[in-house]
Design a protein around this ligand. Sequence first.
Ligand code: GLA
Length: 374
Amino acid sequence: MARWNLAAASVVLGALTTAALAQTTGLKDVYRDDFQIGVALGGKLPDSYSRAEIQMIVNQFNAVTPENCMKPQSVHPQENVWTFDEADALVQFARDHHMAVYGHALVWHNQTPTWFFEDGAMPASRELALQRLKEHIQTVVGRYKGQIRSWDVVNEAISDGPAEYLRKTKWLTTIGPDYIDQAFRMAHEADPDVELQYNDYNIENGVKHQHAMKLLRGLKERGIPITSVGIQGHWLLDRIPYSDIETAIDDFQQLGLKVSFTEVDLDVLPRHTNGADVGSKEMPNASLALSGTALDDVLKRQADQYARLFRLFDQRKAVIERVTFWGADDGRSWLNTWPSHRENHALLFDRQFQPKPAFFAVINALTPPPAPGQ
Ligand code: GLA
């Protein structure tokens, strides 16, 4: 286990160059015996990233999730049009840098073109939607057979409110509730060796956790080939539900599933919207920008809370396969534009790709502090 001195590190923080960082131990090395450390990457690889940023990425992470380029809207914008350029480039990048690829996502209500659900001017029938779903899954999963560790087969199918169980999506209304079973079966048929995951936010607590248990238990009982559950982990500063997370990991493990934290970030700015529904938006509030001691204070709290999270993950490492950050550094985070435009600081690296206090806290999370006088 690498040992970084947090106090010393914060003194040199400003001076630590990317080149120096590239030669130091990365997160992936510190947690190598626990779980993979992943990152979501967007755009075209490697061209959409500077050399310095790429250097940081390959030094720190050993797994990659495509932020957008494998979603239906990106790869399959029209029924007979397939666009795999960015997805192919991401898979090649991962191979070049010995990173595992986690496919995301086959079935989702967002970033999915409407043609899936239309038949000319009429809504598509169940049969037509199922046929399209099958062709989509067979083509995408088939193309990357053997190159992808696990697929997010279904993303965010559970409703946010307590009253409803499944989210009322076009998939649900066109096919019916068995669209989830069908999608897993189709993915398994396309690649019998790939791991298959259900992925969602807020499934670690409250009614949504109960609904997730109902969904996952049902899938297992019906023999659907699901292997893991992804807890997205879009959390808020001071509001990480630690004990719910522990319980959720244990509950999912009892169903015979592995667990991954698939989209981790820690929003440091206040907002009304909870969860991570990309459909919810708020009015911009420019006064939320942080600087000086206010920013220092927030970054310190963020560091402590990330460290506690990683200690929790470490205690459950037998069931956790991967912890993936949703973006490489603060400049890349979706939280700069959702739920409104603001300058956020949600990840472990800043806008210059330099390690933040949270990075050092996570690197040191498993190392006991030095005894007094040492
Ligand atoms: C959800 C999706 C991700 C991404 C984020 C927002 O969590 O699963 O693919 O779109 O929203 O960036």
